[in-house]
Design a binder for this molecule. Structure first.
Ligand code: CA
Length: 499
């Protein structure tokens, strides 16, 4: 009786009682089942990139439809303003800076990183797998493989399959980094053993070994040799990922599934399929938004074709803000200051849409402060799983908010991290920056030794552009926020205890 087990765990006892009375000995799992959870986290899509967030020059009808049929969040955030730390937080429910590991407390992972999520830790896919879901990840991985520098000619393990996913197909790191190949499960797809992959991120090693920056038809980050039969084609990455997602849905339609779909759109190098080139008149990055929107539309169509749309919670978001701040009159990060890698809102405030027909009221807006780190606790609640005490330590359950119910554990503050590993605090409409010198992330000037920190305080309710530093007007309040930030850093957890 999977249904009754699920409903009891989900704490809907009245429904359990009613169903038990109604259905008697009938196998309930044949009537209804736990909802599927499909999380789509795009790459470098800004708050202002979608029509449903006010964009007028981009073309995002399918994403706008998700908003129309579900809930749109206006104050949602990535936990960091760069890729790897946000994706770590998404899959673990933990702030990445709690780990003293490059790529998590600073910067992003290269393709030479070992697996950054410890095997054996409680993860979002692991929680869903335990709840009886089939789990998959398709798209950009960017969280490392193996226990040391991975060898792409051998099994790439441990990896996604060892931290809770049943299936994996995707890119090792980013679409601008070597090795430019797809991985399925533990293996590079289509690799000819007679043409092994060599790679390095060290120019001296590259020069000595004849490795080049040119891979799969263009210049990349890092140097590569071999693997010619396995190289991807940038123009067809979205088609490939979409086909894989459709295949996953078709294969697993008969059971509850959790799928994390991580499109490479709209990360550099911005190379949309030719059929999307020129669709916006804004250039390749905006045309990639059309490609992303098409891809999400194909996923929605597939759910409808398989009769799963009503049973599937879809969440769409982005791993950090957009890199460009202006594109021919289009504002990728909307009204928010700054961009990817920065501590300004434009670096970490992202679009966030949730659709679950019959459960989330259509065309609703939430102004609650939420974060991608919250998806672990949220998915656990959807699946009816209780979080172990020390698991997902920074993850708040958003389910009551999604269902339009009173929210007993509303997030009142959030810590965000820059691409350089510096932190800032949001509390209500307030933003506290411990040091303005590092707010520009990768664009920050080098800090001089012994240069004193210059803290800043902004009220986003009256100052969306973070232009009026109120630190001298409200020194005591700023001091309390500074102490709050320090306390959260030294504490092991910021979430409320499991109910
Ligand atoms: Ca990103």
């Amino acid at each position: 009786m999977l249904l009754l087990k699920y409903l009891r765990r989900a704490r809907w006892p009245l429904l359990v009682t009613m169903l038990t009375a109604l259905i008697g000995p009938t196998p309930a799992a044949t009537l209804v089942r736990p909802p599927n959870v499909l999380i789509i986290v795009s790459d470098d899509v800004g708050w202002g990139d979608l029509g449903c967030y006010g964009a007028t020059k981009t073309k995002t009808p399918n994403l706008d439809r998700l908003a129309k049929e579900g809930m749109r969040f206006t104050d949602a955030h990535a936990s960091a303003s760069v890729c790897t730390p946000t994706r770590y937080s998404l899959l673990t429910g933990e702030y990445s800076w709690r780990k003293n590991t490059p790529g998590l407390n600073k910067g992003v992972a290269n393709a030479d990183a070992p697996l950054l999520i410890p095997v054996g830790s409680t993860t979002l896919p692991g929680i869903m797998k335990k709840a009886g879901y089939r789990t998959g990840v398709i798209g950009k991985w960017h969280l490392g493989f193996g226990t040391t520098r991975p060898d792409y000619n051998q099994d790439l393990a441990p990896g996604p399959l060892e931290i809770g996913f049943d299936e994996f197909f995707g890119l090792p790191a980013t679409n601008d980094r070597v090795p430019t190949v797809y991985v399925r499960g533990h293996r590079v797809v289509g690799l000819d053993p007679a043409d092994p992959i060599g790679y390095t991120f060290d120019p001296k090693v590259a020069a000595a070994g004849g490795l080049v920056r040119w891979a799969a038809g263009r210049e990349r980050i890092g140097f590569m040799s071999g693997g010619k039969a396995a190289l991807w084609n940038d123009e067809t990455i979205a088609d490939t990922f979409t086909r894989e997602v459709v295949g996953f849905l078709e294969r697993n339609k008969a059971q509850p599934f959790f799928l994390y779909f991580a499109p490479h759109d709209v990360h550099a190098p911005t190379i949309p399929h030719p059929r999307f080139v020129g669709t916006t008149g804004l250039g390749n990055r905006a045309d990639m938004l059309s490609e992303l929107d098409w891809s999400v539309g194909e996923v929605m169509k597939t759910l409808e074709r398989l009769g799963l749309a009503q049973d599937t919670l879809i969440i769409f978001s982005s791993d950090n803000g957009a890199h460009p701040t202006h594109e021919a009159g289009h504002l990728p990060n909307g009204p928010w200051r700054g961009k990817k890698s920065q501590l300004w809102e434009g670096g970490h405030r992202v679009p966030f849409l949730a659709r679950w027909p019959g459960h989330i009221a259509p065309d609703t807006t939430s102004h609650d402060l939420v974060c991608l780190v919250d998806l672990a606790a949220t998915a656990a609640a959807v699946a009816g799983e209780k979080l172990p005490d020390r698991a997902a330590p920074d993850s708040f359950n958003l389910l009551p908010t999604l269902l339009g119910q009173p929210q007993p554990t509303k997030r009142d503050s959030l810590i965000v991290m820059s691409g350089n590993g510096d932190l800032a605090l949001r509390q209500g409409p307030w933003k506290y920056l411990p040091d303005l010198a590092v707010a520009d992330g990768w664009s920050s000037a080098a800090k001089k030794p012994h240069q004193p920190a210059k803290p800043a305080l902004y009220d986003l309710s009256t100052d969306m552009g973070e232009t009026k530093n109120l630190i001298h007007q409200q020194p005591e309040f700023a001091q309390r926020l500074a102490e709050h930030l320090e306390k959260a850093q030294s504490a092991k957890s910021t979430r409320p205890p499991s109910l």
